[in-house]
Ligand binder design. Structure first.
Ligand code: GCU
Length: 620
């Protein structure tokens, strides 16, 4: 085997390309395989950035011909090179400039009928101008890319990312050139058995660059992460840390809080790891709550960097079976929400999408949302901060994930860290959820206990939960999942009146909860086709759904340690599991509102209970 074909084999080059591309220096292959790992820059949406949103050229590549080598590894010498025929003696069989476009942000499924069911590799390419600023580092920020993403700039491998719902940032400073540049991003939405989530989900696998893409400039030394929390048991002490990349020990960090013309500031100094501990006291601190979602303008300065943010300060903790917000018991009047865009459908991402969804939560009289089953866009948690809506945020460890596989645990841990890093500055986020409806076997419990430990290590200011399955014996629901041992708050899903029994059975149901902890009924409900009417015994009618809610509300009020609820769910959403013609038509119909905004009867049943506070107790 000649040297070239050996190298071709090693680099997975198609032999044809090697033979014809003799003009390329072969070291390119060896040098370029090392894509760096991505990071998450805190409060990146507050930083100065150049948006790359808009139309991107795309190539649908069902076999990953331009992406993977014979070992299924991403290769650098495929479409990533964005070659023109004039660059090569051999045939170039793709051309971004002559290819159609798709809008970014946006899933590809709802932008082209031919892509509605498409799962696989798809390429994005965008040319952009860049004027270098001395002393600046540049990151390519991606708000979310479902499911695996491979990034190149000017043909240079930049980074790879797995996970469809968490943002990431990759440094491109070295790859950039003055003037015209091009970014190529390959997205592969293929579902993986060892993925997170795994193969089967009750939501549509919307693929693509589903959230914003931008260039973010930072100085050589910059704040990449910080944590500032109101100290539990106090109403005026903020404590935390600020991490400065590239800072020598002793670098000064200044934190300023400003609101209504009041300013409080404090300084700290970085240690050998670039981290400065912060302790600030403000006697007039306004605490964040649903009734008073007070946000402070926070300014962090360190070395030549300034990072600004809008933050609220509150404490959240448990005391026995109570959930305490700012030291006072609270009841979470909630609803589950999928990131499905109202009216236009597809993956939600815009300000309008989140305003409509959270606007409906307020109309419902709710103070809480369970963002299912994956981290939603940062626009959602920012708006929840402004509107005073409490948030349950979750990673898609959903149903039968491969719990015995350490590589899958690593993927879940990385999504967990990315979720926490992005939203640790959001007062609205009070609960991190590590899983939904997972089978209570030992491998799973070990897996999830590891995640719970990780959350407690990374964020001591919030509560950890999960949506658990419950055992049923006769008319008794038993909550004894071993994971309950390590959760701060229990979440339980049940579908009395829909998947099991009749709606009225709810009132006969006794709850045997084996943990003295707060419980949130994290899912219940039933389906209805908006506008379909009949008696309460006729499935799919609004009356049938409303009847389930009526009986559930009675049952819920008989659960002494119930501290919150999030029925399934706010709005109908697209799902590949829901195929009943004329009723479901690819939609899960358990919403209280249809995807076109039609409110169903059950919406008003729940609204009445929330507005009149006839459901739930804050304490035993
Ligand atoms: C499950 C699951 C949801 C699903 C719902 C349903 O409990 O958590 O993702 O959509 O039930 O069956 O409608």
């Amino acid at each position: 085997m000649s040297h070239n074909s050996l190298l071709a084999y090693v680099c997975g080059l198609a032999v044809v390309e090697l033979l014809t591309a003799s003009s390329w220096n072969l070291s390119w292959c060896a040098e370029e395989t090392a894509a760096q790992s991505s990071t998450v820059l805190a409060a990146v949406d507050q930083r100065h950035s150049v948006s790359l949103d808009g139309e991107w050229h795309v190539i649908v590549d069902p076999y990953g011909n331009g992406l993977y080598d014979s070992n299924g590894k991403a290769r650098n010498n495929g479409f990533a090179r964005n070659l023109a025929q004039s660059d090569s003696k051999g045939p170039i069989e793709y051309n971004f400039a002559k290819s159609g476009t798709l809008r970014v942000p946006g899933d590809w499924n709802t932008q082209r009928e031919s892509l509605m069911y498409y799962e696989g590799p798809l390429w994005y390419e965008k040319d952009f101008e860049y004027k270098r600023t001395p002393g600046k580092r540049v990151f390519l920020h991606v708000g979310a890319a479902n499911y695996r993403a491979f990034l190149w700039v000017n043909g240079h491998a930049i980074c790879e990312h797995e996970g469809g719902f968490t943002g990431f940032d990759c440094e491109i400073t070295a790859a950039l050139r003055e003037g015209n540049n091009f970014a190529v991003i390959a997205i592969d939405s293929t579902r993986l058995a060892d993925g997170v989530p795994t193969l089967k989900t009750d939501w549509w696998n919307y693929g693509g660059l589903t959230r914003e893409v931008s260039l973010v400039e930072v100085p050589e030394r910059f704040v990449d992460e910080f944590d500032l929390d109101l100290k539990r048991g106090t109403a005026n002490e903020i404590e935390g840390w600020v991490h400065v990349v590239g800072a020598a020990a002793g670098t000064e960090v200044k934190v300023v809080l400003e609101k209504d013309g009041q300013r409080t500031s404090v300084t700290g100094r970085t240690d050998g790891d670039g981290r400065a501990q912060i302790h600030l006291e403000d006697g007039n601190l306004q605490l964040w709550s649903p009734e008073h979602p007070a946000l402070y303008h926070v300014k962090l300065t360190a070395a030549e960097d300034t990072l600004e943010d809008e933050m609220g300060f509150r404490t959240i903790e448990t005391r026995g079976t109570e959930i305490l917000l700012n030291g006072r018991p609270i009841f979470l009047k909630g609803i589950c929400v999928h990131a499905e865009a109202p009216y236009r459908t597809g993956r939600a991402y815009s300000e309008e999408d989140v305003e409509t969804l959270l606007g409906w939560v307020h109309e419902l009289g709710g103070n809480f949302v369970r963002l299912a089953h994956y981290p939603h866009s940062e626009r959602m948690t920012r708006l929840a901060d402004r509107l005073g809506i409490l948030v349950w945020s979750e990673i898609p460890v959903y149903w039968a994930v491969h719990f015995e596989d350490p590589a899958v645990l690593a993927k879940a841990e990385s999504q967990l860290s990315e979720m926490i890093r992005r939203d640790r500055d959001k007062a609205s986020v009070i609960l991190w959820s590590v899983a939904n409806e997972t089978p209570a076997n030992p491998a799973r419990t070990t897996f999830l206990k590891t995640l719970v430990g990780e959350v407690h290590r990374q964020d001591t200011s919030r509560l950890v939960t999960a949506a658990l399955l419950v055992r049923t014996e006769g008319h008794t629901k038993i909550v004894d999942d071993p994971l309950g041992d390590v959760l701060d708050v229990l979440g339980t899903n049940e579908y009395i009146g829909w998947y099991e029994g009749t709606a009225a059975d709810a009132e006969q149901t006794r709850w045997d909860i084996r943990y003295q902890k707060p419980l949130i009924m994290s899912e219940f409900g039933g389906g209805a086709k908006a506008g379909m009417h009949g008696d309460t015994a006729t499935r799919w009618t609004e009356e049938f759904q409303a009847n389930i809610y009526e009986h559930q509300l009675v049952m819920l009020n008989h659960i002494p340690q119930l501290r919150g609820m999030s029925p399934w769910l706010l709005m109908d959403f697209r799902s590949p599991l829901r195929l009943l013609p004329g009723i479901q038509d690819d939609y899960n119909r358990k919403g209280l509102i249809s995807e076109s905004g039609q409110k169903k009867k059950a919406f008003f049943v729940l609204q009445k209970a929330y507005k009149e506070n006839t459901v739930g107790h804050t304490q035993q």
